[in-house]
Design a protein around this ligand. Structure first.
Ligand SMILES: [Zn+2]
Length: 300
């Protein structure tokens, strides 16, 4: 019975007194409390104002404490479950610091949860540094809107692509994302396999034109080219790992197998593919663009 009185005294003292000054406000300090590590006590101090405890809560705590009191137990508080939103439940073995804090939930230190919240906070999906168009295999930068210099030109939502599928471009290609993705698919699934291990493999795509506001084939009065909308890229050739090159102008008729395979593989990812077979304007480069036709890709 004397033990019960002691427990009640402690609970009243711990609940009503200001925790900032336990020795002065607690009439009969518990030896266990003094034995607790200073760090524990300090962690319970953030709220200086004590909150009154409901009589029912004290009764419940007392009943719990008496029924489970174990004098040989360590007075250290039971560690809280990680990530728990609520403070420790009343089911602690002895009348300890943890029990007192359970009766005053507002005094729980928020700092650890802030750390845990940061730990479990959702993270943004990882993106490859410098990637654009939502594709980690397309490297470049987003570019400002290019206003239409003449009717039929202009590019908004464009990107300056510097590499696709790990293959750098000789100059940034200013195109839209649809065209950037087609370029990546062509290089990845067409150009790289077609070149294979020749010269150590593909090392660079030799781009000679992308966004340009001009009429088709530079003919005055002709319809604006797909280049004027950021839909087209002109590729003059391919640099290999050993420094050698494959050019459309020189190798279309020499490295026939490779060059025809490269040309053919552009047909599909791109809606229009023009090479040396098409006309006099495409003897030294492949023109590829993403314009689509009802009859299917136009590839010459
Ligand atoms: Zn072109």
């Amino acid at each position: 019975m004397a033990r019960l009185a002691l427990v009640a005294a402690l609970l009243c003292a711990s609940g009503m007194a200001a925790w900032a000054e336990p020795p002065r406000t607690s009439p009969r300090p518990q030896p266990r409390l003094q034995a607790a590590p200073p760090a524990r006590i300090a962690s319970l101090r953030p709220a200086p104002a004590a909150r009154p405890i409901a009589p029912a809560a004290i009764e419940a705590a007392l009943a719990q404490a008496v029924s489970t009191a174990a004098p040989t137990r360590s007075p250290r508080p039971v560690p809280r479950p990680r990530g728990a939103a609520a403070p420790a439940p009343l089911a602690v073995p002895t009348v300890t610091v943890a029990t007192a804090s359970a009766l005053a939930p507002a005094q729980s230190p928020p700092a650890p949860r802030r750390g845990l919240a940061a730990l479990f906070a959702p993270r943004p999906p990882k993106a490859t540094r410098g990637s654009v168009c939502g594709d980690p295999a397309i490297t470049g930068t987003e570019i400002a809107v290019i206003p239409a210099a003449v009717r039929g030109c202009g590019l908004s939502g464009g990107v300056a692509v510097t590499a696709v599928a790990g293959i750098p471009l000789s100059q940034p290609a200013q195109i839209d994302c649809t065209t950037a993705k087609a370029l990546k698919t062509w290089v990845e699934d067409g150009v790289i396999p077609a070149i294979g291990r020749k010269g150590g493999g593909l090392a660079r795509l030799d781009v000679v034109a992308s966004y340009t506001c001009r009429p088709r084939n530079n003919v005055p009065g002709a319809q604006i080219s797909e280049h004027g909308l950021g839909h087209a890229v002109d590729v003059a050739g391919f640099t290999l790992a050993n420094g050698s090159t494959l050019t459309v102008a020189r190798d279309w008729g020499r490295e026939t197998k490779i060059m025809r395979a490269i040309h053919a593989s552009a047909c599909g990812p791109f809606g229009t593919v023009l090479g040396p077979k098409s006309d006099a304007n495409h003897q030294d480069h492949f023109h590829v663009d993403t314009a689509r036709y009802r009859g299917g890709p136009y590839c010459r």
